[in-house]
Design a protein. Structure first.
Length: 68
């Protein structure tokens, strides 16, 4: 599982946008968004770089990445 620290998420629309962006690269990915903490946890076959790019392209800023 990969954890991203993401800036700019503030509502359920943000949750949906980030989730959709990740699912465009891996439809089977498990995505868990914690708005209060600014964290996105993803279980996916895609690399962290691909997922980070997807989040960035959705308009959010990834400020840290770690494996969980």
């Amino acid at each position: 599982m990969i954890q991203f620290n993401v800036e700019g998420m503030s509502c359920q629309h943000c949750v949906g946008a980030v989730t959709r962006a990740i699912h465009e690269h891996d439809a089977q990915a498990l995505v868990e968004v914690d708005l209060a903490a600014g964290r996105v946890k993803v279980e996916s076959n895609q690399s962290a770089d691909v997922l980070k790019s997807a989040i960035d392209e959705a308009g959010y800023t990834v400020v840290g990445t770690s494996s969980v």
